[in-house]
Design a protein. Structure first.
Length: 153
């Protein structure tokens, strides 16, 4: 079972119709009479919560056993889409995160206009202007003498 299966299970249970269907399966009540119920049941089966019309205890146990590994390194500060969800308070972790971004946003020798760099940084955060400032302040990205372009130092 993949590490993200527990997330699929939670996502399925975040849906009201799927929760209702899960409760009906758990209680042994009939299910699947309407299109909505069949879709909800399909969602539960795809998530590994239900198998052969019953709650899949084995699927749930497997997801719990393998799906709660903690991310390490920079990944601790990224959401499921690989975007920054928070900045570390520790200086070493913060520098590691910013270095990770700089290495992915710019190539050695490349010079980018401010707008182009901001556009690239938008894939990492909802506030690319602040991220650009953090990168410059950390010395990981340098402004050209004109101040309108950026490059790796």
């Amino acid at each position: 079972m993949a590490d993200n299966d527990w997330r699929r299970m939670l996502a399925a249970l975040a849906n009201q119709e799927a929760r209702t269907a899960f409760a009906r399966v758990t209680l042994g009540l009939p299910l699947g009479e309407t299109t909505r119920e069949r879709r909800a049941l399909d969602t539960l089966v795809a998530a590994g919560l239900v198998s052969d019309g019953a709650v899949s205890e084995a699927g749930i146990r497997a997801a719990l056993a393998g799906g709660h590994s903690r991310p390490t390194g920079v990944e601790r500060f990224l959401d499921a889409d690989g975007r920054i969800d928070r900045y570390p308070s520790g200086a070493a972790d913060r520098e590691a995160l910013l270095r990770w971004v700089a290495e992915r946003a710019l190539r050695p020798g490349e010079v980018l206009a401010e707008r182009d760099l901001t556009d690239r940084l938008a894939r990492f955060t909802g506030d690319p202007v602040a991220l650009r400032r953090y990168l410059v302040d950390a010395g990981l990205v340098a402004r050209t003498p004109s101040g309108s372009e950026y490059a790796l130092p």
